[in-house]
Design a protein around this ligand. Structure first.
Ligand code: AMP
Ligand code: MG
Length: 390
């Protein structure tokens, strides 16, 4: 049995980034930018007014000074001439500042009669002009890799990139195993239950940039499992669920080995999730998760999402750990790292009373996994503990 950290390190060593593709800007949100992009222009490309007002020369801006308005500069329609002594140009936000002017006096501080304006201020310390290149200059870079946020998309657009080179979405094949399972919507016969894990994992993985495919349920026999493995062709990551313990019907490791799985590890010192296995299987990485619904989803957060990060082209990192203050006592932990279903509200965290790894209703009510290190002693209210946000 290896530690969670060792298991993650081995997975990071196996995981490879997928290849890249060009993606239109309109489809690129949430994708991972594969290579830095350089601005194809300077922004703003010219000195621009940040206010509606009058452009003039600040050395002339005395209180009650008068100017003749000789023209107008609007966004997209600049003023062609030059602002001379005693002259001003009516200007609007985003419009180019005409030559000869070095400040914009806002319209509220000006009195206008016909073509004549009188200043009601002499304070021009704020020029109300955005200099050319204030946002970014030609050739300035957006770094990669990064998961593209809406702000990144706007910046890339502003840099005049209509499409971006991004990593493909890693393809994940999700395989439920078990004679007792039926898909949601099918009426279960006696002794049967609904396959739920694959649906939760698909939602989790797709929320983090994967394309997840739910395959037909593999039955607990060699031929059925081999058939379903054959359908995983083309996947970057194959995830099996269940059949990974040591029961008579737990044949996943055996069948996968027969199909060429180079197993890296089996069994991790964690709760829930002990019977986890992983290895290389042809071109794909294979991870075998335990069947209990909570175990599978906890392993999804602790292992699948960090692996997906690497496959998506991002740097390797474990699930982010936050801290909160315990609001109820906890007994001492055993030898395995325990991921307890818990609720965090305003920095206070408490573990759910029922921690059975089959209880999806408890997991759905929780918003955190409270982490107990191996052999952690009893904890009292007020202690600081770590958790992963769900
Ligand atoms: P196993 O690891 O195959 O022994 O499964 C452990 C427990 O998880 C059993 O009670 C299974 O019925 C249940 N289980 C396995 N796979 C799934 C699944 N895809 N959805 C819901 N429950 C499952
Ligand atoms: Mg089973």
């Amino acid at each position: 049995m290896i530690s969670v950290q060792d298991a993650l390190d081995q997975l990071f060593a196996l995981a490879r980034p997928v290849t890249t593709e060009l993606c239109p800007l309109t489809e690129a949100a949430g994708r991972v930018l594969a290579a830095p992009i350089a601005a194809k222009l300077t922004q703003p490309p010219f000195a621009a007014s940040s206010m509606d007002g009058y452009a003039l020369n600040s050395v002339e801006a005395d209180l009650h000074a008068q100017f003749v308005v000789i023209g107008e500069s609007a966004a997209g329609h600049g003023f062609e001439g030059r602002v001379g002594a005693g002259q001003a140009v009516r200007i609007f936000t985003g419009a180019p500042v005409p030559e000869g002017a070095d400040c914009v006096v806002i319209q509220e501080e000006v009195e206008r009669r016909g073509k004549l304006i009188t200043l009601l201020t002499e304070d021009t310390t704020k020029s109300n002009i955005r200099p050319a290149g204030q946002d970014f200059g030609l050739g300035d870079e957006m770094s990669a890799p990064r998961r593209l946020t809406p702000s990144d998309i706007a910046l890339a657009a502003s840099m005049n990139h209509p499409e971006l080179c991004v990593f493909k979405r890693p393809v994940v094949a999700l395989v439920s195993t078990g004679d007792e399972l039926v898909q949601p919507g099918e009426p279960p016969a006696e002794g049967q239950i609904i396959a739920s894990n694959t649906y939760g994992l698909k939602a989790l993985l797709e929320a983090h940039g994967a394309e997840a495919r739910i395959l037909p349920i593999a039955r607990d026999n060699r031929a059925s499992l081999e058939t379903v493995f054959a359908l995983c062709d083309g996947a970057d990551l194959i995830v099996t669920i269940g059949g990974a313990s040591v029961g008579d019907h737990d044949i996943v490791a055996d069948v996968a080995a027969g199909l060429g799985l180079q197993q890296s590890f089996y069994k991790v010192a964690m709760r829930p999730g002990k019977p986890l296995m992983a290895g290389q299987m042809g071109a794909a990485l294979m991870i075998g998760l335990p069947g209990n619904p909570v175990s599978a989803l906890v392993c999804g957060h602790v292992f699948l999402l960090p692996v997906l990060r690497v496959m998506s082209g991002l740097t390797a990192a474990p699930a982010e750990r936050l801290t909160a203050t315990l609001s109820a006592p906890l007994p001492a932990n055993g030898p395995r790292e325990h991921y307890m279903r818990a609720t965090v509200t305003q920095g206070q965290i408490s573990a759910e009373t029922r921690q059975d790894s089959a209880l999806l209703s408890v997991l759905a009510a929780a918003n955190a996994l409270l982490i107990r290190p191996p052999h952690d002693g009893a904890r009292a209210p007020g202690d600081t503990v770590e958790y992963i946000s769900l």
